[in-house]
Design a protein around this ligand. Sequence first.
Ligand SMILES: *Cc1c(COP(=O)(O)O)cnc(C)c1O
Length: 381
Amino acid sequence: MNIEFIDLRRQYESIKEDINRAVAEVIRGGHFIMGENVTRLEEEFAQYVGARYAVAVASGTDALQLSLMAVGVGPGDEVITTPFTFVATAEVIALLGAKPVFVDIDPRTYCINPAQIEGAITRRTKAIIPVHLYGQPADMESILKIAQKYDLKVIEDAAQAHGAKCYFPESGEWKAVGRIGHLAAFSFFPSKNLGAYGDGGMITTDEEELAEKLRMIRVHGSEAKYRHKILGLNSRLDELQAAVLRVKLPHLEQWNQKRRKNAAQYNNLLDSLEVITPFCAPGREHVYHQYSIRVKQRDYLRKQLHQQGIPTAVHYPIPLHRQEAFAYLGYKEGDLPVSEQTARQILSLPMSPELEAEGIEYIARKIAEALETAGSKRAGA
Ligand SMILES: *Cc1c(COP(=O)(O)O)cnc(C)c1O
């Protein structure tokens, strides 16, 4: 059986006519930068998230960096985040001359552990970047309370979580990620839940002042052509990508629904095995950007599955505090033990809306067979 980790070609087949038409229109129109598609996508995405403003940028990484720039993070500042994420989350903090401060993760959701945030706050702390890892929102209710108490900015890394939601008992409201913190950064990298055919990103916020500043920063700090009020950079989303994303956005809810259905089927088939299936915390709506299990014989299982034509991935093999690029921060092995143990045991299985029930059955069967030969014990137990 041929299994793809994600199946973008199949997704394209299902929306081909609309995509081809949208792309051809942009090319015929001859307007490639900052045109109508970008403006309309910003409106449509803001509406989807329920945020007042959306600002399109060149990538998810830039969405994070511009967000930090908009709230004025710079040399001497500290920003608290998780080490169990893609490097971009912390990289942009360091590139701006600020210091990433890593806090360990919750052992069940793998998102930042709010109980450890307060202990990491100093006079220099300016912001917190929680990551909605694998498509599950971080514990935003707790994080917002801490941020309010210490007057910190919250920038959501929502690169993996377009459409995920959190429940807020006090207001009795489900809020989509992207309208919870002061700012939220989304990625449109092709494999994300909403992916372009190239790089792209978006920032959402309810604050007009931040939105205006972001719009300046993405075009070299200018409000009007050749007048530069502040220093910025070139971080625009192009019209072709915006046109593609406008075709895809109306499908996102249905695609996320299919991801949840696939995750439920995986859960059913894997629950009796010696693996830990993803835990979705109460009051969170997960969008399963990744379906990641924990298993003791991770590397063995991975090899066995590979031999059966089943691609898998490890998100992420080395937590950021143990990366060479961050060695200067001085963290040692054992400093953030939950992240380190999870990095040794986590394994992402194929997941996409295009993955079919027979594929999941096949994958689960091969996992059962491999674990039987490995005589595996339940990870972490
Ligand atoms: C993908 C990703 C990013 C970076 O997005 P790009 O569009 O690739 O720049 C940042 N943070 C997380 C958690 C991601 O998964």
